[in-house]
Ligand binder design. Structure first.
Ligand code: NFS
Length: 652
């Protein structure tokens, strides 16, 4: 029997003070949150290990997780086939989510160029030219519109191409690409790869875990170097490439005297139009007439990260806080588009009389109001959302309790800005980063990304892991809900350099950057791939991404998208550690394949650890191994430290 939630100390559920306060309030209000549901719905022990198969009606078949080879499915499928197929379908699901999102951005780009859509425009023509040039599109002496249309047609192949290599392969370090070609894993087009992944994992098709893994790799690469990368680049071209901006985060950004509107989801087109609507003089006047001081537009999850990077909009919290924020009673409307939107939000919103509005035809929720965002006239939707919020403000009935916590930090570090920041405007370059890695001031680079999950204490692993990494001179790049965990904990400001080891702190102080760089939403993990490629290109750190002293981690992951991201990092050459749980049956050949063999085949590899210190230890050990292979391990001795410093830096 699950322990009643009221007996569980909220401190065991989250380290986010605001969310903890709202869990307590929800208990008093009699409102159920996902923490309660996670507590009463224990994870199925067989499903948790991915040891069941329901691909046909001869089953579902269950393997024995303690003795995985003592039985097979009715069709004879082994545990390796079953777990690999399940893993492949997770990667297909995650890849489909990112690529469908990317394709929607690309369609919007096409309609903006053709003039069909007039409410959006090209905000970063320089990036458009750079991306076009990187894909060998002739730019000289041509009209921007013609180049843009060529770019659209070229990028469309990312999704629809049936044969050949997707366009972004031109940005992959040559050695890495050569390796993928030899292994036969270069993606063709995302639709083809996802289709083939689903086909090969259907009953009675691919029943060799190594062969299934090849298609898993090809599918994941169609996400990272395909759908996600196109999404990031097109969003930058249409809405502007982020540059650092100081932003306030946490629930304390809500204002009792203003109309509070939350935008939650993933696609920037909704929030970009919301930004315009909340600045409309007529709507501002209506808000004032309703007694409000103004309209306070606040982001959450990945939409919030897009808004924060491009507009400096405040951010109220990550995935584990989206129901909790409604418990404040201060939200006058929550509007959502796609992905990571809990169905449970609808009931909570209903209890607090908050209009809960879906806007994308792909993602309707029973009981929620749907106002379709039409891209040729987005204001029709977003103005109506603002009007609904003003009406709710005027009729607020429920008591309001806004947690006082808010933290300032710097966000919006695009690949392009890091180039400029490190090299200066005259010699924008990643050379100083590589030099500081080679001379040992920076030990290595880590990407810490991904979700939060009610089965893991919210934010705890993200924060502890990142603190441990920077203490050991590892520069941390962040995206997604992880970035927000660190932002709330105050590690995205320049002051955080005080928590870094002496080498990293020195670099941060010289450049004026925090040791934790927030790069944006989850599709912006592609920025990390491009940064890694640039580090290879600049030289001195090996020939391919797998040579870099770098590692990745998603300590509190929950979504299929995270598995797709993890696998495209692994496929690109990065050691990638996941936390709290892994969809894997221990002691299987497939486990060994992902966690050991892939590295010997020239890819990265998967890792797992439950405790954030152990995650850090694994990642740092890998970084040190790579430094040794590069012959730069001795360079770290140049950082002057006495014995006490060394002991303080060592990870037990
Ligand atoms: Ni990415 Fe996780 Fe969702 Fe964004 Fe947050 S939960 S896989 S970080 S909002 S996609």
């Amino acid at each position: 029997m699950a322990k009643p939630l009221e007996l569980i100390n909220v401190k065991d559920l989250t380290i986010c003070e605001s969310t903890a306060q709202m869990i307590t309030k929800a208990r008093n209000d009699g409102v159920e949150l996902f923490f309660d549901r996670a507590n009463s719905m224990k994870a199925c022990p067989i499903g948790e290990k991915s040891a069941c198969c329901k691909m046909c009606s001869m089953g579902p078949c269950r393997m024995n997780v303690n003795s995985p080879y003592d039985r097979v499915g009715v069709c004879g499928a082994t545990v390796d086939t079953i777990v690999a197929r399940n893993f492949g379908r997770m990667v297909a699901g995650g890849t489909a989510a990112h690529t469908d999102h990317g394709m929607a951005m690309l369609e919007l780009f096409r309609d903006v160029i053709s003039g069909k859509t007039k409410d959006y425009s090209i905000k970063d023509p320089i990036k458009l030219m750079e991306i076009a040039a990187s894909l060998d599109i002739v730019t000289e002496g041509r009209e921007l519109k013609d180049i843009a249309m060529d770019l659209y047609h070229e990028l469309e192949r990312t999704y629809t191409q049936v044969d050949g290599e997707i366009p972004m392969m031109k940005r992959v370090p040559p050695k890495t690409l050569e390796h993928w070609r030899a292994a036969g894993v270069v993606p063709r087009g995302a639709m083809r790869e996802i289709m083939e992944m689903m086909h090969r994992t259907a009953m009675g098709v691919d029943q060799d875990y190594e062969n299934i893994t090849k298609q898993i790799t090809r599918t994941a690469l169609a996400d990272g170097w395909g759908g996600s990368m196109v999404s990031t680049d097109i969003s930058d071209i249409l809405f502007g490439t982020p540059s650092p901006v100081e932003v306030e985060v946490d629930m304390g950004v809500l204002k009792e005297d203003s109309v509070n509107i939350i935008v939650h989801g993933h696609e920037p087109n909704l929030l970009e139009s919301m930004v315009v609507s909340v600045a409309d003089p007529t709507l501002l006047e209506a808000a004032k007439n309703a007694g409000a001081k103004g309209i306070n537009l606040v982001g959450m999850c990945c939409s919030g990260l897009e808004a924060l990077s491009r507009h400096g909009l405040s951010h109220a919290g990550n995935f584990s806080s989206t129901e909790a924020v409604l418990v404040t009673g201060a939200i006058d409307a929550m509007t959502v588009d796609i992905q990571c939107i809990k169905q449970g939000l609808q009931k909570v919103a209903d209890f607090y009389d908050t209009p809960f509005i879906t806007t994308n035809y792909r993602a309707k929720i029973e009981g929620a109001q749907h106002i379709q965002l039409e891209e040729h006239d987005p204001r029709e939707c977003t103005d109506e959302i603002v009007i609904k919020a003003i009406t709710r403000f005027k009729n607020r009935k429920k008591p309001i309790q806004i947690p006082r916590n808010k933290t300032k930090g710097v966000h919006g570090f695009s690949f392009e800005y890091i180039n400029y920041m490190l090299g200066g405007s005259f010699r924008g370059s990643y050379t100083p980063l590589n030099e500081n890695i080679i001379n040992g001031r920076i030990r290595g680079v880590a990407g810490v990304v991904g979700c939060t999950n009610p089965r893991s204490k919210q934010d705890y692993s993200h924060v502890e892991l990142v603190k441990e990494l920077i203490r050991n001179d590892v520069l941390v790049l962040q995206t997604g809900c992880s970035q927000m965990a660190l932002a709330k904990a105050g590690l995205t400001g320049p002051g955080a350099a005080a928590l870094a080891g002496p080498g990293l702190a020195e670099v941060c102080e010289t450049v004026g950057m925090p040791p934790v760089l927030g790069l944006g939403s989850c599709v912006d993990n592609s920025r990390i791939l491009i940064a890694a490629s640039e580090m290879v290109k600049v030289g001195g750190l090996g020939d391919c991404i797998a040579d870099l002293p770098a590692a990745g981690c998603a300590p509190e992951w929950m979504s299929e998208k995270a598995i797709a991201i993890g696998h495209y990092f692994v496929a690109s050459g990065v050691y990638t550690v996941f936390g709290h749980n892994f969809p894997m049956t221990k002691g299987t050949k497939f486990e060994k394949h992902l966690f050991e063999d892939l590295e010997t085949l020239g890819f990265g590899k998967w890792g797992f650890a439950d405790d954030p210190r152990e995650m850090a230890r694994l990642m740092i050990a890998h970084i040190d191994k790579k430094r040794k292979e590069l012959g730069i391990d001795k360079a770290r001795d140049r950082v002057l430290m006495d014995m006490a410093d060394r002991q303080a830096l060592a990870i037990e």
